[in-house]
Design a protein around this ligand. Sequence first.
Ligand SMILES: [Zn+2]
Ligand SMILES: [Zn+2]
Length: 302
Amino acid sequence: MLDVCLVGTGGMMPLPERWLTALLLRYNGKMILVDCGEGTQIPLKMLGWGFKSLDIICLTHYHGDHVAGLPGILLTLGNAGRREPLTIIGPPGLRRVVQGLRVIAPELPYEIHYIESSDQQPETFQMGDFHISTLPLEHTMPCVGYTIEIHRRPKFQPHKAEAYQIPKPLWKVLQQGESIQWNGQEIAPSFVLGPPRKGLKISYCTDTRPIPSLIEFIKNADLFICEGMYGDEDKRQKAIEYKHMLFSEAAQLAKEGQVQELWLTHYSPSLTEPQQYLGNAQTYFPNVRLGNDLMTTSLLFE
Ligand SMILES: [Zn+2]
Ligand SMILES: [Zn+2]
């Protein structure tokens, strides 16, 4: 089970009733935070999942509404007792930006590992159970989208292991996807495992124009969380100029990417009543929800 929380839903600045857009995922006791704008640690505190097991922070880009909350979170992690290294992923410039922000959080009781993703081509990083892919987006500065997948191991088939007379203590090794030596023979996991099984996929894309490469990137996602900076179709010129999206553009991506469900987020501060424009998205993609702060769900394997 993958727990998902849309921590906030605002763009540009936090508002009294709307925190800045960020996403928190939890699987097997490990957590990933995507983006960390000003104040993000407050809704995280309200959520109550704790801070200590936050292992990875993914940053989409370095506009303040996505990173200004980082020093505070880094300090809070230390105060929560974190001593294990933390990994931060982001587009080029990551080290410079984080080190700049860390001028006000210089002493942390844990190490930070930096992974700079390309802003030219897609990349995938495996971190424990999380398969994290990045895609360069089209914004006013280098920006990447994230797809996070949890793969599901094929089912172990005991009758096959018995046919090879493999002793039970070795079953676990095969189950975890490693080969074993038995009876002078190499036994690969594929000998005893069933067919591949569908895993879980969640995509998070903000801030960007809708670009064609997004369709493959979000393909068949269980959940697509996408920016909808503007609801009103009359804001199209503004969306093009500032490299953001309309509700209708996010919904068309969801449709073409054949995702299961779309959540809209990263609303402009001027968009005080997103529900007024929900219809603009539903026209293209019916299974759309307007994100609201601390909206949560749990994705289950089929
Ligand atoms: Zn933004
Ligand atoms: Zn931005």
